[in-house]
Design a protein around this ligand. Sequence first.
Ligand code: 2AM
Length: 187
Amino acid sequence: MGAHPGPPPGAAADERLRVYFALWPPAEVAAQLGAWQQVLHAALGGRIMRPDGLHVTLAFVGDIAAPRLPELLEIGARAGAPAASLCLDQAGAWRHNRIGWAGTRAVPPALAGLAAALADALRGAGFSVESRPWVPHVTLLRNVVRCAPVPQDLAPVRWDVSGFCLVRSRLDARGARYERLAGWPRR
Ligand code: 2AM
């Protein structure tokens, strides 16, 4: 997908957008993670994330001015999507942000490379990015009420990654709503 000039349709030039690059699962992966959500929710409580909003963040960009969007489209296009398969095979809860998550014991090097390439390109273009190491995870629950151990006999979920995307997050009274702005299919 090539860059296009100016802010996205419907965004004023002075508008700010909260955006991030992400892996978006196919429907069957989201459905399997729906089963994980039920198991984790029974153990941890909290709020179950909408199935159509489940994702792995590759690089969180944060608030940008709408006219900078073409730079992000260029960065996504340059990075390109590698072929990769992600096996979600562990789950847990983090105390610091009270999320229940799905993750992997084996981070595919191609995806770690993509996350690093995006972070480098973002930094190079003057965007502020996380300096912490990338820990791929899908947030399944928010505001968990317990950080108890979760059952570890969940059926592993295999996710053949078909590309990545740039997502806008809009906050409203019911939480975040995600809108995909652009996508880059696997090479
Ligand atoms: P989380 O699910 O672990 O909270 C949209 O908010 C996505 O960007 C979520 O996946 C969220 O991760 C991630 N995110 C939000 N704020 C972030 C930040 N400051 N640094 C890194 N990732 C962030």
